[in-house]
Design a protein. Sequence first.
Length: 428
Amino acid sequence: MTDFDTEDTEDTEDAANVENVENVELSAALSRLRTDVRRTVAPPAAARLRDRGERRLRTRRTATALLAAAVVAATLVGGGILWNGAAPTHPPVPGGSLTPTPSIAPTAAPRPSKPVQARQTPPVPANWAGVQWRTATITFPTHQGCPSGPVTFRTAPFKGDDAATVGPTTWPRVTLRADRISYGDVTGDGQAEAFVYAACWQSEEDSGDGQGELLAVRRDGTTLRALGWAGPRGGLFSDHWVAGGLLVTDVKPVYVNWGYRLGEAHAYRWNGQAFTEVADSGQPGMVPAAGGTGPAVDLTRVAGLTGCPAATVRFDADGRAAGWDVLQPAAPDHLRHLVDLDGDGRRRLLAAITCGRDGTHPGRTFAAVLDPQTDGSFIAVDAVLPPAGMSLSGWTSEAGTLTLQFAPAGGGAVQELRYTWNGEYFQP
């Protein structure tokens, strides 16, 4: 090898080392950028909940990091916009940017508050009593990109989360959303399994994007064993529960769009070896994926509250229905749309709707409660409007309560108002 060849090789190695250093520095810079965004931008509580659970917006490239910051700053609210006549050429973006002036003034009188008995959180099944998820040891099966065998969890800083539930201490690692566990018997043996959102990570540089799923865990005495994984990998899992022996989840796509329909759910059956998706989840959504028309949506009961038409509408795959148009948001959101308000296991659909005369008078976005009927249709049974000068930016729902986030029209900190379901409607 000549001196020139040696010099050239050293230059190549130096360049590679510089590139590696730059990649590490870039990764660290992006992490700091995201931390700064969190400190300076106040996202809705729902966004914080998702962020704590998944930590999936950490990126390797500046452009994507800036996009992530924009997502934190302006959360889309899932739902529809109703227009009288043809859709405008440049429709407003759902959630937060709509003019807070109703197209037709609401006419309903204030409704009386009713006494409400606080709902109790369902007890943890007896066979799961005493399990400490943040320090648990779970035996994992082989799964691509994930650790296998016994994994002991601990609470530690990880990927921007100061108190992540993570294990093991070597790569690959897995994190759990330990603050949201659901239970139910899916094997038919009379014993409840536990279900938790989990995400796998390959290395320190791994962003974790597209790696989250639902993990089913079984308890045999003092031993915890992962039964299997379920759900579309990498989706946004807003909620999950067990109904009729099936694992059901309110999940939205991020990277691969499977034809998501607002209000749909995915359901999975355990076949003894793995979870397989069933065709009918019992929650088909309110807009068809393709072809035909969607179920009827009756807005009559909320017309006086919102200025919406006292009419029943049906939407096709393009969002058109009998002179009214519904425009879906550009990307599915992370909000809970299927909620159990009465504690009886029956899920209603929460959606954001805006009724307006035309594109220049878009109206005020409100949170609508849609009651599913046995024939597959929906009846709007309640609507909660933002205060004057505010716009709806998101919500959280838990045990019959609804916390709405409102953004001032002129900018400023997001405000929260809490409402309680009284069996008929939400009251402050």
